[in-house]
Design a binder for this molecule. Structure first.
Ligand code: MRU
Length: 353
């Protein structure tokens, strides 16, 4: 199915079907694809038709439901065993964003805890997928508003720098880092956002700028290696990024390039904020060295469009994420408030699992 609508809602549940905006085709083409089984959902996550930590979690939740409704048995135990296998299939897609594992375990827990027939469990799984979806939209709006409390108070309107895409496309529709940008824009506090292009997949250039243009938010695209220069010129008041996994001590994994951005922000005395829901916090890991870092196909590095940009014989290293140490982070902005990274533990009891 294709559509010309530009509403930012990367995962769509409509008339008993799941659709995804194909984020590999933006901004040149807005295409919505139907996902009809859990195998196709796993493939869509792997190939980044859907991407961004919370959006991956939401997609996986619907993926579990799609798998569950295909299980042909009335035996509860058999059903649960097959469901676990579907959970493993979806979990094997991308290793870094903890929201994926968080959503899968919430779905499996729902199945185990729902009494009654297999049909009743299937219905409960659909309700839980919809809940995870709806909660994320509200959570991101709350993150956006909480972010306003810690953004610098400046006489002039703010210019914020962001990296990758932590926007509506990466969540249910409002964004985490871009949620803060959206709330600042709504309240008349934002002059403009600078978007890093975000090599190698260019989520900043392709997706963040697209979202800003949809909303009429002034956006300036820079290449990743321009950030320090822009800071030195006094163009940036604060940096706001998202996260794929934050450990108990406040270290934060996010798109490759975030760490160097945090170092240059520190060097220029510019506040560096990480905006993320509690579902992105992995309290089971003590520090960021323990976060699994995804390595992706080198084609992302050596090919731009259809053109190979380096000679044959070169070797490649393509980590998709890096870890910013807690000491470089001014505050982590969650739906419950913004706190220094060392104070995250106060939210542990609020985390839904
Ligand atoms: O590889 P991607 O595009 O899934 O990476 C996305 C990011 O790094 C985002 O910043 C992160 O997932 C936060 S999304 C609200």
């Amino acid at each position: 199915m294709t559509s010309q609508s530009t509403q930012v809602s990367p995962v769509i549940w409509k008339e008993d079907r799941v659709y995804l905006i194909d984020q590999n085709r933006l901004p040149s083409e807005y295409t919505v694809v139907e996902i009809s089984c859990c195998e196709d959902m796993a493939e869509a996550i792997k190939t980044m038709i859907v991407r961004g930590a919370p959006a991956i979690g939401i997609a996986a939740a619907y993926g579990i439901y799609l798998g569950a409704r295909e299980i042909e048995t009335t035996d509860r135990d058999q059903f649960l065993t097959k469901l676990e296998a579907i959970g493993e299939l979806l979990a094997a897609t991308r290793p870094t964003a903890v929201n994926l594992f968080w959503a899968i375990s919430r779905m499996l827990k729902t199945a185990r805890q729902t009494s009654g027939s297999v049909e009743q469990v299937q219905q409960a799984l659909l309700e839980m997928a919809k809940t995870i979806h709806a909660e994320d939209l509200q959570t991101c709006k709350d993150i956006g508003d909480k972010g306003l409390e810690v953004l610098p108070k400046t006489p002039e309107k703010l210019t914020l720098l962001t990296h990758c895409n932590a926007g509506g496309l990466a969540t249910a529709g409002y964004g985490t880092a871009l949620g803060v940008v959206r709330s600042a824009w709504r309240d008349g506090r934002l002059a403009r956002v600078f978007a890093d292009e975000t090599r190698p997949r260019l989520q900043g250039a392709k997706l963040t700028t697209w979202e800003c243009v949809q909303e009429g938010i002034p956006v300036t695209l820079i290449s990743d290696n321009m950030a320090a220069h822009c800071m030195k010129q006094g163009l940036i008041h604060a940096v706001v990024v998202g996260a794929d996994r934050i450990t108990a001590n406040g270290d934060a994994a996010n798109k490759i390039g975030t760490y160097s951005l945090a170092i240059v922000a520190k060097a220029h005395n510019i506040p560096f904020f990480v905006a993320a829901p509690l579902s992105t916090i992995d309290f089971a890991l003590s520090n960021g060295d323990l976060i699994p870092i995804e390595e992706r196909d080198p084609v992302e590095l050596y090919q731009v469009g259809n053109t190979r940009i380096c000679p044959v014989g070169v070797e490649f290293y393509n980590p998709a994420f890096d870890v910013t140490p807690a000491e470089l982070i001014t505050a982590i902005i969650t739906e419950y408030g913004a706190v220094p990274p060392g104070e995250l533990k106060q939210f542990q009891a609020k985390q839904l699992v």
